[in-house]
Ligand binder design. Sequence first.
Ligand SMILES: NC(=O)c1ccc[n+]([C@@H]2O[C@H](COP(=O)([O-])OP(=O)(O)OC[C@H]3O[C@@H](n4cnc5c(N)ncnc54)[C@H](O)[C@@H]3O)[C@@H](O)[C@H]2O)c1
Length: 276
Amino acid sequence: MSNLQGKVALCTGAGRHKGLGEAIAKALAAEGAKVVVTDLGKPQAHMGSEHIGTSDELEAIAAEIRDTGGDAIAVPLDVRDEAQVEAAIARAVEAFGRLDFLINNAGIGYLIKPVTEMPKEEWEAVLDVNLMGAFLCTKHAARQMIKQGEGGRIINIASQAAKSGHPHMCAYVSSKHGMVGLTRTCAVELGPHGITVNAVCPNHVTTGLGSVQNDYFARYRGMSVEQYLENMRNSIPMRREGLTSDTANACAFLCSDAACYITGEALNVSGGAEMH
Ligand SMILES: NC(=O)c1ccc[n+]([C@@H]2O[C@H](COP(=O)([O-])OP(=O)(O)OC[C@H]3O[C@@H](n4cnc5c(N)ncnc54)[C@H](O)[C@@H]3O)[C@@H](O)[C@H]2O)c1
């Protein structure tokens, strides 16, 4: 589809097996890009180890890319920490000489509660990772891309939740709507530098994060997870949930030369579940 030979990508939150970040990193590597695979690596505060990519998984995903003939390094990165963001971008440049693509994929979607019961700390945790983290990575990646003077691509993994409301997900939905605002603003600012900025909006994918949502909403609706998923599939025009490859393919396209004039978009990858 695209040829990303000679390009360098950094993907956040990509150190968890079965996650969208893993699929994106591998898809870009398969197209020839050198990839900096980053993730939190260790549990922090409200984030139990069951919710994050561990440092072993992070190293394993980079190794799997190398094993299939690609080029990848693993770099621990908490996207909430500006010094770590700067260091990770410097590490990308040190290892591969440049940075062409940033994929803001890190996100938390497991702090699910009615708005009337949502603790301020959990709201802040979601906004800090999903929105502030994307801002910090964009800020420093864009500086590097501007310095190189050859354009670049920034892709924000938003969500169907960036377009519509969903119950019990006030922080998540707000953060993803905010990501679209960040996308549009950065597209306007960075376009003159040849940098495109787009959001990708997947519908439900049963990743680690997705399976927490399945459990929660099946329980909330008083049905089994299988029944919940069956109802979901029946409501989607393409009659299936999203796959990690659907989002990864959209990212590879947006990084390709063919997408050089597409910017400021919030692209649904939802089998028709979301149409605006
Ligand atoms: N699964 C879905 O249904 C779905 C749908 C639409 C959008 N998304 C979005 O896709 C992205 C990836 O989610 P996923 O479903 O693959 O889940 P996932 O849990 O597999 O991936 C999220 C990753 O973010 C990482 N992360 C959390 N806090 C971090 C921090 N402070 N710094 C760096 N990394 C951090 C986690 O370690 C994890 O590896 C998220 O932004 C999510 O909101 C997911």
